[in-house]
Design a protein around this ligand. Structure first.
Ligand SMILES: Cc1ncc(COP(=O)(O)O)c(C=O)c1O
Length: 272
């Protein structure tokens, strides 16, 4: 994966991030084939396409960033992204592995009414079994169906996984369940808000997909979230939640700079 992570001197300025390998073993040539643009920054996306005219194949992005705390798109951002990408003859892929069926039926793609050319799904799709899927417009998927792109694999269409995914999609993830999750989410948001207020910690609550920013100064950009990952904030918030019976698992290394595990809570059907 090529990404921008705090702590790298080569990360570059916020408006023009450099491509930095997220781990070892990535050839420099692969890194050089990617460009990184900041989330929620339309001007940076336009500029990137202008500077690399006719040489960008596509953009892959999480429509709501889920591994940096949670960063929702600003109003109209995704629609602007879609038109900029398409105006430049490129394709748009939404990475909905985490958001997919978790936030709403149809994921962010449906809830926000923006149609990518490709969507990736996984996690909750499999109803507990390991499962991933890609979808796309008929035009794109034809590359697979007519054999121009060979999409084969040991676990493709695995019967057990498919049965579990079908049960998850048709019997578990019903409209009633999504309604119940909405109710649970309200309970969690209100509970977190009152815990934050009672304990007077520097924190705010973001919930997807009813995107609510509860603090005027909330960030819309990855690096602002990284800054909020400061050790004391995470510890204070985890303690505040604990007093209200909500335990967070925060690995010690995450206390330093990694925003991935900033306290995030998921309601399950087991919650009452
Ligand atoms: C946003 C996101 N995308 C993709 C993945 C990995 O998905 P997979 O294991 O299906 O490749 C993860 C984490 O597991 C993730 O958090």
């Amino acid at each position: 994966m090529v990404s921008v992570t705090d702590g790298h001197p080569e990360i570059g300025p916020a408006g023009r991030p450099a491509s930095v390998a997220s781990g070892s073993g990535l050839p420099a040539e692969i890194i050089a084939l990617t460009l990184v643009v900041p989330f929620n920054d339309v001007a940076a996306l336009e500029r990137t396409f202008d500077e690399h005219r006719d040489s960008i194949a596509g953009l892959i992005m999480e429509p709501v960033m889920m591994n940096a705390g949670i960063i929702p798109p600003q109003p109209e951002y995704l629609a602007r992204v879609e038109s900029i990408v398409h105006d430049n003859g490129a394709l748009l892929a939404f990475e909905e592995v985490k958001t997919g069926l978790t936030v709403a039926p149809g994921g962010v793609t449906k809830s926000m009414g923006v149609s990518p050319d490709i969507v990736t799904l996984a996690k909750s799709l499999g109803g507990g079994l390991p499962c991933g899927a890609i979808g796309g417009s008929a035009e794109i998927m034809e590359f697979i169906t007519d054999g121009r792109y060979e999409q084969v694999g040991t676990f493709n269409g695995n019967l057990l996984t498919m049965a579990s995914a079908r049960a998850a999609l048709t019997e578990v993830l019903t409209e009633d369940v999504y309604r119940r999750w909405d109710d649970l989410r309200s309970v969690m948001v209100e509970g977190c808000e009152s815990a934050i207020e009672a304990c007077d910690v520097l924190a705010h609550v973001v919930d997807v997909i009813v995107v609510e920013w509860l603090e005027e100064a909330s960030g819309h950009e990855l690096r602002q979230h990284i800054r909020r990952g400061e050790e004391q904030v995470v510890i204070d918030l985890a303690r505040a939640h604990l007093r209200h019976g909500l335990a967070h698992v925060v690995r010690s290394r995450d206390l330093e700079v990694d925003p991935v595990s900033l306290p995030k809570s998921f309601a399950t059907l087991g919650h009452r």
